[in-house]
Design a protein around this ligand. Structure first.
Ligand SMILES: [Zn+2]
Length: 327
């Protein structure tokens, strides 16, 4: 996978090649993508660029042995960690991951779960995975150069696994590059996130803002909630219920969830470049610290129920009631 094979995210590519060219590579990079947003191929392209000895023109050569091995996920010094079945290690599932990446490099989380034969389950990253990683990193690089660890969905670790990983990231072995790919930043251990350079990856073709045109409704809802104006908030709920389609109601939830994640990041002092809108920053100062997480659960539930033919007026009224109590 070369950068040239990836559409969009030109600013991300430029930032990544710049780090390598200038020799200022943060030892851990945390990519924040929406599910299926293409951070995985970007991570591969970055590693090819980092490892390639014939790079030119802001890209890896794509032909040397190192590029070939990284692209096919068979480089002995590039390790992959991702959520798997209980009691299993990622290395046992490399074959299905390779097949999936060959077919769909910008795979979605559910596609990986399916590919691993775990459909219907919630795969996790086990504590044993951190131990195994430590073992692997205690050996020297097999090809004598860089080593890398790609961790897909660090938010799917329990506290013990995350803390062990934190220790590794805090005291990284020399010439070892960590690349993390997260979907839900609010679920990544803040001490891990704060040690990483954060980079926002946007799905190719996506505008810089999520696809909900009427941001004003969220502003009005938040104003009413923060002002303890329940009637005002319920009025917004009525207007949400009257949106032209269930798809636009879902888009509202996606948009609101994105903003709430920004509120969470602002409250935690986690600053990604250009990631937090001034609005979210202002809300962060006024709502409870518990609000973003709990509100995200409410939005998640609302979005699920929208897909199930539930009466939208009742649904948005209920959502607003819950948010009113939480804020
Ligand atoms: Zn190469």
């Amino acid at each position: 996978m070369t950068f040239a094979q990836i559409q969009g995210n030109d600013d991300v590519k430029q930032a990544l090649t710049g780090m390598v060219d200038e020799g200022r590579i943060p030892h851990a990079i945390l990519f924040h993508e929406d599910d299926g947003g293409g951070a995985f191929p970007i991570a591969l392209a970055f590693l090819q660029y980092l490892f390639c000895r014939e790079r030119s023109g802001g890209d890896s050569c794509g032909r040397c042995p190192s590029c070939g091995k990284i692209g096919r996920l068979i480089h002995p010094d590039v390790h992959f960690v991702f959520p798997t079945a209980a009691g299993a290690l990622s290395e046992q599932f490399l074959e299905p991951l390779r097949r999936l990446v060959a077919e769909r490099p910008a795979f979605r989380e559910a596609e990986l779960t399916d590919a691993l034969g775990l459909a219907g389950k919630v795969p996790m990253i086990a504590v044993a995975e951190s131990r195994r990683l430590l073992e692997k990193l205690s050996l020297s690089a097999l090809e004598g150069g860089w080593r890398a660890v790609v961790i897909y969905l660090p938010e799917r670790m329990n506290a013990e696994a995350a803390n062990r990983l934190l220790k590794i990231i805090e005291e990284p072995p020399a010439q070892t590059q960590f690349l993390l790919i997260a979907h839900q930043m609010e679920r990544v251990l803040p001490t891990i996130a704060s040690r990483c350079q954060r980079i926002r990856v946007r799905a190719a073709g996506a505008a810089s803002a999520p696809g909900f045109a009427d941001a004003g409704l969220l502003d009005e809802l938040m104003d009413a909630l923060l002002g303890k104006d329940l009637l005002g908030a319920l009025d917004v709920a009525d207007r949400l219920a009257a949106l032209p389609s269930r798809e636009s109601a879902k888009s509202f939830c996606t948009f609101a969830a994105d903003r709430l994640r920004q509120v969470f990041l602002a409250q935690q002092g986690i600053e990604g470049a250009g990631e937090i809108s001034p609005q979210a920053r202002a809300w962060a100062a006024r709502c409870r610290k518990t609000f973003p997480r709990q509100a995200l659960e409410v939005l998640d539930r609302t979005q699920t129920l929208i897909g199930r033919n539930v009466n939208l007026k009742i649904l948005f009224t209920d959502m607003t009631d819950r948010l009113f109590l939480l804020i």
